[in-house]
Design a protein around this ligand. Sequence first.
Ligand SMILES: [Ca+2]
Length: 257
Amino acid sequence: MTIAAGLALAGPAVLVSAAPTQTRVPVLSATIVARYPHDRTAFTEGLLWHDGALYESTGQERQSDVRRVSLKDGKILAKARIDPAQFGEGLALWKDQLVSLTWHDGIAHRWDIRTLKPKGQNRYTGEGWGLTSDGVSLLQSDGSADIIVRDPVTLAERKRVAVTIDGRPLRDINELEYVHGALLANVWHTGFLVRIDPATGKVTAVIDLRPLVAEIAATDREAVLNGIAWDAKADRLFVTGKYWPTLFEIKIAATPQ
Ligand SMILES: [Ca+2]
């Protein structure tokens, strides 16, 4: 398939202007293993799995929070509100703390994973979008093609890796999840995930989730696919979207379409 055409179908301005019309990167489909309820008022910005529960961060001023969510019924089990002036963004786990970003405030909040009580803040420069951890660093997106590698304690920048597809930058990298040594990422306003080699930034696969987007049939154009969580112990992969009523467990095909 043509990636540029496929991505264009899913939303505007999703690739750089020099977007390739063909790609050598494999395009993988995904099968839906299970569907679970998801809070349709949640503007999902971050998602992760830890110890039997989902953790989710939401955006929008006055509506941003970090929450523990029951998988089976989507119920909010605990919630920490973010300053109403701030717009919550990505979420990652570091040891016994959750770290959550803000879009324009340059503030990373730290939360006790058990109580969701605030445990401090860090400052960083630039926009905050997605966040995950590879066990050594925090990996952050900022809407550009860059993955910013940060010290997990101070949030200081360690290095940047540019994400490319067929040698060209891929912008709008959004929510992230570190899975089996690779980085899975949403691409904002598209129905695709990309699998990134975190060492080189090269996209090694495109995962076509447009059937999920079609099933949700959102009328709000900001209700995009966003949110990836991995249950490492059971090897379960979860995805959802902003204001989506459904959270999907999916399995990515091993071979291209
Ligand atoms: Ca995630």
